[in-house]
Every structure is written in structure tokens, then in C-alpha cells.
Design a binder for this molecule. Structure first.
Ligand code: LMR
Length: 399
């Protein structure tokens, strides 16, 4: 049976990390997978995570299963972090939150839930979007369609085209939106544009599905929540997949959450019973360690403040690299405008490099970039920025 199986193509993002690992060039640069790197090129464990882990290890008394929905403390703190402790959604208890294995786990649980309960609904994704979005949704049996989002000419959001399509999506369909730090483009709507998008989504009777993987990586926790605050209007419904991979650096621990905001506390309980049935047949119940770390930090005012500082350091380093890259490119190619890199937010920017130029960078210089031209700005540091900009300039000059 197995001899007849054809090999699957490597993953568009994680497959490149595999190739990077086996590249023997000591000057290689990895700007592929969305993982934070510090100035020395390492992905550090946050001090607050280390401190929380030490406390957890000292006090841990059991490795028994978590409930299907995960740790109640973690889910409660997650709701309060994302919506704000005093938000009406939290106070009214009309949201059900589930601890999931990473943000991808939340996306998959949501897609299974959608498929089981709204079998004819499509999920609409931005063009472009994270390449795993359509794959996860389709794997759950959900039809995926696309709305226009990015305009290469201005390196920003094409709001008119986006709104025009949203206004034609069939009522009852689902619109997947990147709550901040759009992956892969780095281009986010302004707060005023989010208001127009939310108006259009609700006027049309659509269900918003916010993918919130980068809270705190844009401009800070408060400003990064502006899209969610716009969508979380009184009485309305929404789905939200959130992740702690990036903002707590807990990539390998797989810590995320799915929040389903319903009209009433009663419907939240009913919906929760369905989501739990989905989880039980998928991975039964989530792993505990990473979520326990997050809960420990968020519940302890001192650790939480320290974590805010560590998050700010990561964000500021990335934004600093955005400026450094823009200035370094301006010296090399003064006729070409790279200022959009400095304006964009989060880990990623769409560089505008073609797949062929990306291939040349890999083959000639061991510089690894996703083939759609997405660069992980967090992989840039003051040691690699000059060779990186030299190589990009040469490739853009056709050398
Ligand atoms: C990325 O886009 O690089 C990250 O979200 C990691 C992943 O799983 O693709």
C-alpha cells in the first residue's frame, strides 16, 4: 500500500527551515519562519517564562489530564488579556474560550466546528494570507474563498476592493481577518478602516473570524487590540483564534486559544458543548505545561509587568530593524523606495522580491526568504543587515 504513495511537496514555510539547517554556508541568513530572533540570532526563552517554569516545577503535584476545554484559569486570563478585564464580552460570560495546541490548533477546531454546524458556509481569506489558512480550513472540509486585501503598488491595504467584495459575500459566510500584524504582508488597516470593515461585515450578516497571533508585536497590547475592539460590539457573534507562540516565545509548547463569542451566556454554554465534542474527537484535551506558564505570568502582577517589558523589547528590536533595513537599502538603491518596510508592523513584510529573485538569493548567498517574497524582519540584526542589503541590491540590479 505505501509504495503507491506519492511524496508531498515541502511546506512553503517550514520546508525552507529544513533546507536552511542543512546549508553549510556560515554566512547563511534565515528570514523564513515567523520566529523571533534576538540581536545574536537566537530565539531566546523569556526571563519571565523561566521564572514561571521554576515556580511551576516546584509546585507541580500531578500530571493528570486537563479538562477537554483546557485550564479554566488560562481561559479566563486569555479572555481578559484579549478583550480587556472589564469588557462587556467578559462580564456577560457570553464568550466560551478553549485552550488549544497553538493558534493553528484553534483554527482547526474552529474549522471543524464550522463544518459540523454550518456545512454550507465558506470561510473567506485575504489575498494573500498565511498559506496554511486555506489548508487547515479545507482539511476540515470547509470551502475557502478569497477577498482582495493587499495592493502591491502602495504596499498597503486596498480597502475599496476589500469592502466591495465583503458586501457581496453570502450572508452566513465567515470572514477570516488578521487582527494585527498581517501575515504575510505586514500591512494592517487603520483603526478607522477597521470600523468600516466591521460595519460591512455586520451589515452583510457575516461571521468575523479573527486570527490573532501577534498581540503586542505591532504597536503594543492596547493599540494592537483595536480591530478586536471594533468587532466586539454589543450582542454580536465572532470567532477568535489566538496564539502565545510569539508574544511569550512559547513556540514549541503549542499554546493557543479559541474564543467563541455568542449572543448570551446560555448560548455560550450550548456552543461550548459542541466545541468540546469536536476537541474530544481531535486531540482529546490539550497539553498543560505551556498554558500553565502563561497563566502563571498573567496572574502575577510582577511577572506580568516584566513580561510586558520583554514583549516591548522584542517589538522595539523588530521595529528598529525595519528602520535600519530601510536606511541601508536607501544607500544602495536610492531610486527604489523601501520606506514601506518601516511603516509596516509585526514580524513580516512583503519585500516585493519575485520567486526567481528569492531563488537567486538562496542559491548565491544562502539567504532564505519565503518564495512569495515575505521576509521575517525579526531575522535581521546589525551583523547581517549589510550583507543582506548588498545581496538584495545585487539581485534587484540583475547582477
Ligand atoms: C509563519 O507564518 O512563519 C508562522 O506562523 C509559523 C508557521 O507555522 O508557519
Amino acid at each position: 500500500m505505501f509504495d503507491a504513495i506519492q511524496a508531498a511537496p515541502p511546506d512553503a514555510i517550514l520546508g525552507l527551515s529544513e533546507a536552511f539547517r542543512t546549508d553549510a554556508n556560515p554566512a547563511k541568513v534565515n528570514l523564513t519562519v515567523g520566529v523571533y530572533k534576538d540581536e545574536s540570532g537566537q530565539t531566546p526563552i523569556l526571563e519571565t517564562v523561566k521564572a514561571a517554569e521554576a515556580k511551576l516545577l516546584a509546585g507541580e503535584g500531578s500530571k493528570g489530564y486537563l479538562p477537554i476545554e483546557g485550564s479554566a484559569k488560562f481561559c479566563d486570563l486569555t479572555q481578559k488579556l484579549f478583550f480587556g478585564a472589564d469588557h462587556e464580552v467578559v462580564a456577560s460570560q457570553r464568550a466560551a474560550t478553549f485552550q488549544t495546541p497553538g493558534g493553528t490548533g484553534a483554527l482547526r477546531v474552529a474549522a471543524d466546528f464550522v463544518h459540523q454546524n454550518f456545512p454550507s458556509a465558506s470561510i473567506w481569506c485575504s489575498t494573500p494570507t498565511w498559506p496554511n489558512h486555506p489548508k487547515v480550513f479545507q482539511a476540515a472540509g470547509v470551502r475557502v474563498q478569497n477577498y482582495p486585501y493587499f495592493e502591491a503598488g502602495c504596499h498597503g491595504v486596498n480597502l475599496d476592493a476589500m469592502l466591495a467584495t465583503i458586501r457581496e459575500i453570502p450572508t452566513g459566510d465567515i470572514v477570516c481577518l488578521h487582527a494585527c500584524c498581517h501575515n504575510p504582508t505586514g500591512a494592517d488597516p487603520s483603526a478607522e478602516q477597521w470600523k468600516q470593515i466591521a460595519d460591512a461585515v455586520y451589515e452583510r450578516g457575516l461571521l468575523p473570524f479573527l486570527d490573532f497571533a501577534y498581540l503586542g508585536f505591532g504597536d503594543g497590547i492596547e493599540p494592537d487590540r483595536s480591530a478586536l475592539m471594533e468587532f466586539a460590539r454589543p450582542g454580536v457573534e465572532l470567532l477568535m483564534a489566538s496564539s502565545y507562540s510569539k508574544n511569550f516565545g512559547l513556540y514549541s509548547e503549542r499554546v493557543g486559544a479559541l474564543s467563541v463569542v455568542t449572543p448570551t451566556a446560555d448560548s455560550a454554554r450550548t456552543v461550548a458543548s459542541q466545541v468540546k465534542a469536536t476537541i474530544r474527537t481531535n486531540y482529546s484535551n490539550p497539553p498543560s505545561h505551556g498554558a500553565a506558564i502563561v497563566a502563571e505570568i498573567l496572574a502575577d502582577s510582577e511577572l506580568r509587568e516584566q513580561w510586558n517589558g520583554e514583549l516591548a523589547d522584542m517589538r522595539e528590536r523588530i521595529n528598529g530593524m525595519r528602520g535600519l533595513f530601510t536606511r541601508t537599502m536607501a544607500y544602495r538603491l536610492p531610486d527604489r523606495d523601501f520606506s514601506f518596510i518601516e511603516r509596516q508592523r509585526g514580524m513580516f513584510s512583503y519585500s516585493g522580491l519575485t520567486a526567481q529573485q528569492v531563488d537567486t538569493l538562496k542559491e548565491k548567498y544562502s539567504i532564505y526568504i519565503v518564495r512569495d517574497g515575505r521576509i521575517n524582519v525579526a531575522g535581521i540584526n546589525s551583523s547581517n543587515v549589510v550583507p543582506l542589503c548588498d545581496a538584495i541590491s545585487s539581485v534587484l540590479n540583475g547582477e
